[in-house]
Design a protein around this ligand. Structure first.
Ligand SMILES: NC(=O)c1ccc[n+]([C@@H]2O[C@H](COP(=O)([O-])OP(=O)(O)OC[C@H]3O[C@@H](n4cnc5c(N)ncnc54)[C@H](O)[C@@H]3O)[C@@H](O)[C@H]2O)c1
Length: 490
């Protein structure tokens, strides 16, 4: 159960970090500041004040971080554990907001690359890293955690081979945090997970330190919502959902994020914040499954699915267009709903819609492969030995991420039929399917397009010219309406 506020936390008594010329976290952790809640915080708050000063009211905050000159590894204020697609934007946002920030990652190549100013993921640019270089440094040494006042955990939460939540990486990271936990720290989990993780397994591990959540340290959950490739919404303008183990834990986490984002929304507890993230992704998963299966029905009935969606989308209310494709990929949509489905099943309530959506989406790459083989057959080309070129093998356009990409099962299904599969993707140097590295196009792409028996457009990256497929013998386009007579669409 989540305890209500009962007396001051030890975090109220933590001294300012020595060496920090101005310490926004001493404000954040001070319970003596009483003020009206910023209007940027919404949700079911039971208190009417927040124990922090927003940046614009901080007399020492210059807005450009000029007063933060401490070494991020000797006098850090914020630590981010896990510097991948999701964690790095958190670290960069914290540093950009003025916090002296250290990033911790197990992988030395990540740390070395970041310290050299080169992000290995495309959710942060080299320019952004350059902009925070005086307030951010990365390390593989977790000892730095003991020197921080805020610790944000953003490590992977995958599923195992049977589709069950695998919290091993999260538990390992939290165990590391436990080993360096000290009174007064605020620990925030950002990794996507099922409701009950933060106040369950995470709290249990942290309390092995002898410190108690809500009394000795603050504990909160705030889901990472980064959308790689999205040019309109980044960390600063995507509202941050925050749930705390207690009201005071929640308010401290909200105070931290108020500096980083335009809007913070608080929930009743950590569980609603955890569930909200999975609901968002389940919403996408189910709607994508709907249009994917709808595409198959349309194909069977001789109906143009793209034309139909465009027509339905003219309705100004009650309809939101989703587009079919070769399947779903990335770290979130194929994975997060399974966390909820698994938890629901354990609780005796199978989440049948999620499970059905998963089945539909998983079947899409195989259906596209079947369609591709049928297209070859229509040209009197047998699958065995046919040359098929896959264009765009990442899980979505203009993103350098092949995790759970539908291009993998698509390629595997084609290979299983004896097809000679090659690929082109400006974002992917090495692409593996069925345990083998597929040949990448070398030389002119237009020549490779013309030489293939069939080109399958899996992702339409922005860099692909509109006339790219003009010279192809036959095209299977999984990304949109057929734009040429030699093209088959979903
Ligand atoms: N990728 C996305 O678009 C996205 C979006 C929203 C939420 N998320 C969630 O964010 C979490 C992280 O995903 P990601 O995509 O950033 O993963 P990632 O694989 O890109 O990065 C994770 C990083 O954590 C590091 N790491 C793992 N264990 C560690 C430990 N004990 N100590 C230090 N570093 C450790 C890894 O080396 C890696 O660099 C997941 O729960 C994911 O569901 C991801």
């Amino acid at each position: 159960m989540t305890p209500e506020n009962s007396g001051p936390l030890l975090v109220d008594r933590i001294p300012a970090i020595p060496g920090s010329l101005a310490d926004p976290l001493s404000d954040l952790l001070s319970a003596s500041v009483s003020e009206t809640l910023p209007s940027s915080v919404s949700g079911s708050l039971s208190e009417t004040r927040l124990d922090s000063l927003p940046a614009e009211l901080d007399p020492e905050y210059s807005g450009n971080g000029a007063f933060f000159t401490a070494d991020p590894l000797t006098h850090p204020e914020v630590a981010v554990v896990g510097l991948g697609y999701a964690g790095l934007p958190v670290a960069v946002s914290a540093a950009a907001a003025g916090y002296v920030t250290c990033g911790i990652d197990l992988r030395a190549e990540v740390v070395d690359s970041l310290n050299a100013g080169r992000p290995l993921v495309d959710t942060v640019s080299a320019e952004q890293l350059a902009g925070i270089r005086t307030r951010f440094a990365a390390t593989t040494d977790p000892a730095v955690l003991a020197r921080c006042t805020v610790v944000v955990v953003c490590v992977p939460t995958p599923v195992d081979e049977r589709g069950r939540p695998d919290l091993a990486l999260l538990t390992a990271a939290v165990t590391t945090v436990r080993d360096h936990l000290r009174p007064g720290q605020l620990v925030i989990i950002e990794s996507t997970t099922y409701p009950g993780t933060t106040d369950g397994v995470v709290r249990a591990v942290l309390e092995e330190s002898g410190l108690r959540a809500g009394d000795d340290f603050a504990l909160a959950f705030s889901p990472e919502r980064v959308d790689p490739g999205n040019r309109d919404f980044a960390f600063h303008n995507t509202p941050k959902v925050v749930g705390g183990f207690s009201d005071r834990c929640r308010d401290r986490a909200a105070a931290f994020y108020t500096r980083l984002t335009e809007r913070v929304h608080v929930t009743r507890s950590t569980r609603e914040a955890e569930a909200a993230k999975i609901l968002e992704n389940t919403f996408r998963q189910v709607n994508i499954a709907l249009v994917n299966e709808f595409a198959r029905v349309c194909h069977r009935l001789g109906v143009d699915v793209w034309d139909t969606i465009d027509a339905a989308a003219t309705k100004p209310f009650g309809f939101m267009p989703f587009r079919p494709g070769a399947g779903v990929g990335g770290h979130c949509i194929p994975v997060d709903p399974l966390y909820l489905a698994h938890r629901a099943r354990e609780a005796g309530y199978p989440f049948s819609l999620v499970e059905a959506a998963q089945t539909v989406n998983d079947a899409m790459p195989l259906w596209v492969a079947e369609r591709a083989i049928a297209e070859l057959g229509a040209q009197d080309v047998t699958a065995a030995g046919a040359r098929v070129l896959l264009l765009g093998v990442t899980y979505k356009p203009d993103v350098a991420d092949v995790r759970h990409s539908p291009a993998v099962p698509l390629a595997e299904a084609l290979l299983a039929s004896g097809v000679r599969v090659s690929y082109h993707d400006p974002y992917v140097d090495v692409f593996e399917a069925a345990g083998t590295v597929l040949p990448a196009v070398e030389g002119e792409l237009s020549e490779a397009v013309a030489a293939a028996d069939l080109v399958v457009l899996v992702q339409r990256h922005g860099c692909y010219p509109a006339d790219l497929l003009a010279g192809a013998r036959r095209v299977m386009d999984a990304t949109g309406p057929a734009s040429a007579p030699n093209t088959a669409q979903l």
